[in-house]
Design a protein around this ligand. Sequence first.
Ligand code: PLP
Length: 410
Amino acid sequence: MAAEPFDFSPLFPPGLPPPAARWSGAPRYNFTGGNNDPDQIPLDALIAAAETVLRREGRTLASYNLTSGPQGYRPLREFLANKLERDAGISCIADDIVMVSGSLQALDLINGVLLSGGDTVIIEQETYQGALTRLRRLGVDVVGIPLDSEGMRTDALAAELAELRRRNVRPKYIYTIPTVQNPTGTVMPERRRRELLQLAEAHGVPIFEDDCYADLVWDGSRPPALHAMSTAGNVIHIGSFSKSIAPALRVGYIVAGWDVLSRALALKTDAGTGALEQMVLAEFCAPHFQAHVPRLRRGLRSKIETLMGALDRQFGVAADFDDPKGGIFLWVKLPDRVDAMRLYQRALTAGVAINPGPEWSTNASHSRSRMRLCFANLSHEDIGDGVARLAEVCRAEFGVPERIANVKQP
Ligand SMILES: Cc1ncc(COP(=O)(O)O)c(C=O)c1O
């Protein structure tokens, strides 16, 4: 007689997140996630970099952390220190950087260093789902600040900070994605960055700057990082190679003072971020990064034009969006009668995956009819076909768009 399978469930501690769904393959048209363009992975140069670095230093893989210590592979941190100075105006040295397993680990570490249940943090009203779900799981009070075309609205932030002060609440940080905001695609101009820094300083609140899309501003020019502009040393800066090279590598970084880094390192209990990935990146990036990124941007720009064209054709005025300043997403407003959560379910069964707005926002009513579309991973043809199928599903479910490809539907 077959033994009863062992039941682990009574052993699970309280507070675990809900179980993951088993992966059943990618949808035919996948507009979700922060995936990148497969054609833009610089494969030949990565292969050459891997071969060179392994032949030269491969035996150092015998030690945890190679010969660089727990902050990560030193040549990669040195590349980053130069790059951050050149592109973002951040003056730092390799010792001010900790390499992490994707900037998601940076979010976990910084949250671990600063937060406990019942704390308050300020974030952008529309924000990265991965940041939002982490904060909710920690039992933190999340205050969302509305955005406009220049990112987080500092007038609304000032009012919120004043109100929190009146209630004797000192937020633990202000989390912002100032350079190609996820999901709205805005870039905060320098003037507003200054206002944000002034407010943060006046209220004694640090800024948590997530800059993972900063290389993807279409014209390649970006304002200085908040970290660079701060005179108070109150900005923790994180970034990633996910958006500029490849997300599956899982390599990101934190730039902060030793007071914060030393605490984050004590929480980083994985015995080091993947060493081979860091070695290959360092070997690739020093000679090739600056030429690679403009090519990647051009490819992404051409794909977003395909996406915006397909939406115009298939949805007409029913799809409202601003041309983003860079990145891999488009944030789209559909007519009020569209419930994006329901659209997401129906579209998925038709093979089209979208990110429904409410999962990317602290404001349920504002995001109800919005969706985020990642366009980087699909071919131009699939972008067009996927949007056409999405328009059919939307019309069948909500009666909009009334015209598809400028033909009135029965
Ligand atoms: C704003 C933001 N931060 C962090 C991440 C996490 O990126 P990774 O862990 O791949 O570096 C993402 C991914 O999409 C993101 O959009």
